[in-house]
Design a protein around this ligand. Sequence first.
Ligand SMILES: Cc1cc2nc3c(=O)[nH]c(=O)nc-3n(C[C@H](O)[C@H](O)[C@H](O)COP(=O)(O)O)c2cc1C
Length: 195
Amino acid sequence: MINESDPIKLFSKWYEEAKSTSIDKPNAMSLSTADSESRVSSRLVLLSRHNAEEGFVFHTNYLSRKCQDIESNSKVALLFWWDELGYQIRIEGQIQKTDSKASDEYFSNRPRGSQLGAWASEQSQEIESRQVLEERMKQFTAKYDGADVPRPPHWGGYAVLPDTMEFWLNCDDRLHDRVRYDLVQGQWQSVLLAP
Ligand SMILES: Cc1cc2nc3c(=O)[nH]c(=O)nc-3n(C[C@H](O)[C@H](O)[C@H](O)COP(=O)(O)O)c2cc1C
């Protein structure tokens, strides 16, 4: 049964468990955003790091659809599901860009192909053909030949600072354990929910 007063610590515990199983990409999480007309959309992104100060950090193209949504609505939701463990974690909160230094550092440690891809792909824009994308990749590969690839200004981190987190633990007879944590005046309060 869930017995922890700090949801960030509980997340860390479950995440470590997920990483120690054969789960492929335990860091994959669904990110849901809503645009200015409340149209909701979801996609997977990869958790880069998490901690109590920043929250949950991922990296992306700042000109993509998700980021256009975020510009008009900074409330987002994240979702993890680790089937082998029967764990679901829901996270809701406010999102903001991480500082550019942290993005530089993260970008500099990415594989070179991913760095070049970040320049080549105008994420979420329509393209005429796959050839256009491959051509752009060739251009940037040639441009940075023999040099470090700098971080594109339109690429970087986002941090989701949670104000609500819900943990769901699969149990027999559908009597799952379900605990929601709400941040109230800087303190986490927990409540048990019917599954
Ligand atoms: C397993 C997985 C991990 C992904 N990780 C990322 C990521 O960390 N950052 C990212 O921008 N896109 C990632 N993507 C691609 C996104 O799901 C999405 O296609 C892309 O970000 C464009 O979304 P948008 O048009 O809604 O902005 C990932 C896709 C998959 C399937």
